[in-house]
Design a protein around this ligand. Sequence first.
Ligand SMILES: *[C@@H]1O[C@H](CO)[C@@H](O)[C@H](O)[C@H]1NC(C)=O
Ligand SMILES: *[C@@H]1O[C@H](CO)[C@@H](O)[C@H](O)[C@H]1NC(C)=O
Ligand SMILES: *[C@@H]1O[C@H](CO)[C@@H](O)[C@H](O)[C@H]1NC(C)=O
Length: 719
Amino acid sequence: MSYTLAIAAKAPIVAYPALIAAAFINTQTDATVKIDFIDEKDVEGASSKLTKGDESFKGDQVLDKLASDFPSVLIGAEASKEWIEFGQNELSVKDFKKLSVSLEKLDAHLNYRSFVLGYRTSLADIAAWGSIRGNAVMTSIIRNQTYINISRWFSFLETDKRFGGVLALFTEAIAEVRKQAKAQATSSGKKKETHKANFEINLQDAVDGQVVTRFPPEPSGYLHIGHAKAAILNKYFADQYHGKLIIRFDDTNPSKERVEFQDSIIEDLRLLGIKGDRTTYSSDYFEKMYELCIQLIKEGKAYADDTVQEKMRQERMDGIPSERRERSVEENLNIFTEEMKNGTEEGIKNCIRAKMSYDNPNKALRDPVIYRCNLTPHHRTGTEWKMYPTYDFCVPIVDSIEGVTHALRTIEYRDRNPQYEWFLNALNLRKVHIWDFARVNFVRTLLSKRKLQWFVDKGYVSNWDDPRFPTVRGVRRRGMTVEGLKNFVIAQGPSRNIINLDWSVIWALNKKIIDPIAPRHTSIVNPVKIHLIDGPEKPVTEKKPKHKKNPDVGEKDVIYAKDIIIDQEDADSLEDDEEFTLMDWGNIIITKLLKEDGKVQSIEAKLNLDGDFRKTKHKITWLADTEDNVEVDLVDFDHLITKDKLDEGDDFENFITPDTEFHAAGLADLNIKLLEVGDIIQFERKGYYRLDKKGESGKPYVFFTIPDGKTVSKYGAAK
Ligand SMILES: *[C@@H]1O[C@H](CO)[C@@H](O)[C@H](O)[C@H]1NC(C)=O
Ligand SMILES: *[C@@H]1O[C@H](CO)[C@@H](O)[C@H](O)[C@H]1NC(C)=O
Ligand SMILES: *[C@@H]1O[C@H](CO)[C@@H](O)[C@H](O)[C@H]1NC(C)=O
C-alpha cells in the first residue's frame, strides 16, 4: 500500500515529525510514503495531510496513523504518548513563555539520557526533535547551547540520516519553492520581496491590530545594546500584530534626567530604525498618579513613613513592620498632600509606601516605596512638583492608562511582577500582560553607565559613540546593521537564561546581512611594486561588478596597468619564477624577485593570461599603481577589558586592555571616493569595513574593521 504525505512548506510550524516518520518507513520497509511539498501555509487547514487509498488524516492524526501502521519501525507509540503530545502541543507553540518552560522540562529530562525514552530512537524522539526542528525560533537556541542537554541530544540525532537527511530534503524543496515564487514574481513584474526574517512567535492573548507595546527608557544616558534589545522586541511585536509602539520617557527622577538625553535617545532609536507611534512622558501623568496615591491612602493601602533609610532597609530585609505602618488615614493624607507636596522639612523626611506585606518571601512585595520628595527642578515640569512617583508605582499605572496590552521587560524585574499586578488590582485598573526576557550580557563588556563614563573621562575612548562601546551609537559605528541586531534579538527570544555571550554570535548574524550586499573593493597595505613587462602600455579602465554574485550592487572602475602594487605580506609569500594569479585578471609569471633581509622589495613579471588559475598556489589582490589610488587608514579594535566576566569584587580598573586601537595605512581603489560615511564594504581578502570618515585635505579615508564573528584578530580573542 502506498501513502502520500503532503507537507505545507510555509506552515508556521512545519510538520517535521511526520516527515521524519516517513523517512523511517521509507528506509526500513518496502512501503513508500511519497512526499509532496505544497507551497502554502496549510494543507486543508493542517500542517500536513496523509493519504492512504480513500482514507486521509490530517495534523496530529498523521503521526498516529503512521505509528499504528508501522509499529515495528516507529516504536514506542504507547509509551511515547505523553511525549508525542508534548512535542505536538508544547514544543509547537510560538508563545515565548510556554516555550521556555517546555524547553526547561525537556532539558532536565535529557540529563544523562541519550534518547527521550529507553535506549533507542522512538516515536518520542521523532515528535520532540521534529517539533523543535520545525519551530524556527528554537533551532537557533539549540545551536547556541542555552539548553545543554537538548543541544547534545539534538545534534546527536541530527547525525542520523533519517533525522538530519530530512532537513536537506526540506531545504531543497524550500529553495525550489522560493525559486519558483521569485520567477513568478519577476515575470509578473512585481517588486521582488526582500528577504526578511520572520520568526513567527506569538504573544499571549494578542489580537491582531490591537496590540500595544511600549519602550520606556529613562532619559538619563545613552542607549546600550541591552536597551536596544528591549526596544527591538517591543517594536517587533507591535509590527507583527499591526499594533502600536509607545516610546515613553520615564522621567520620574529629576536628579538624573536631562533634555539632552531625551534628544540623544530619539537619535539612538533612529539608528535602530525605530520610531514609536506615539511619544509620551511619565511626567504627563503626575497629576493622575497623585490622585491615585491619595486613593490608595484613603483605602488604607498606603502609608507615610519617616523611618530613616538604613533602618527601613534593615526592616525590609528582616521582614519587620515599620513603626509607621499603622498611621491613620488622616495623618497619612496630611503628610502626603501638605507636607510632601509642599516639600517641607517634615515632608522630605517621609516617603509613601504601598501596604502590601512586610514579610512576604518576595522582598519586592515588602511595602515598596511609591512616592518620594525631590526638590531638584524637573526638566519638563519645573518646580511644580516637589515629590515624584517611583518607577515601581509609575510603570504599571501608565502602562494601563496608555492602553499597553503587553509589557515586555527584562527578567530582572520578574520579582516585581506580582507588585505590578498588585497596583493594578488595588487601583482597579485594566490588566496588562507582562512578558519577561533575558538581559543580554556580552563577554569583556561593561554596560554600567558609571563605568563607561570612566572610560570617557580617562580618555581611553573618544566618546559615547566610540566603536569599542556597547552603546547603540558605538555598535552602529562599528558596522552593526539594524537587521543584524534585530535578527540577533529575535533569535534570543524565548530564552530566559542570562548568558554571557561572545560578541562573535552577533557579528556572525550581522555578516549574513552585509555579505550579500557589501560592494567589493581593493586595498593594499605596505605596497610592493610589480612591473609587468608586457602589461598594457597605457592604463586601461574597465567596468566590473562590485559584487560578483549580486549584480544589483552595481559596477566599479578597475584600472589595468603595466605597474601594479600588492600587499607586502603577499609579496613575501612568493618565490622566484612562480606563476601566480592576479585576482580578476589572470596569471603572471615572475621573472625577477628582488629581496632584502627576507623582504621582497620589487617584482618583475610577464603576463600569462591563458594560464590555469586553478593550478596556482597564490591568488593575490592587486591595484594599478596610479595616481588615482586613495589613501586609507584601516582601523581595528580590541575589547576594552581583558577578563571575560568580571566577578563580584573585581575592580574593572585592574583589567584594562593596554592597546585597543590599531591602525594600518594603505591605498585603495578610486571608487572609494564615491562612498558616504556609514557605507559598508568589503576589502577583498581583508574583511568588512565601514567608512567612518571621508578623506579630505590630505587626510586618508578612515575605515573601521567590522568583525565577522570568525576572524581571530592579531591580538588574540575572536572578535
Ligand atoms: C542537564 O541539565 C541539567 C538541568 O538543567 C543540568 O543541571 C545538567 O548539568 C545538564 N547535564 C549535562 C550533561 O549537561
Ligand atoms: C549561534 O552561535 C553560532 C556560533 O557561535 C552562530 O554562528 C549563530 O549565528 C548563533 N545564532 C544565534 C541565533 O545566536
Ligand atoms: C502647602 O502649600 C499650600 C499652598 O501654597 C498652603 O496652602 C499650605 O498651607 C501648605 N502646607 C504646609 C503644611 O506648609
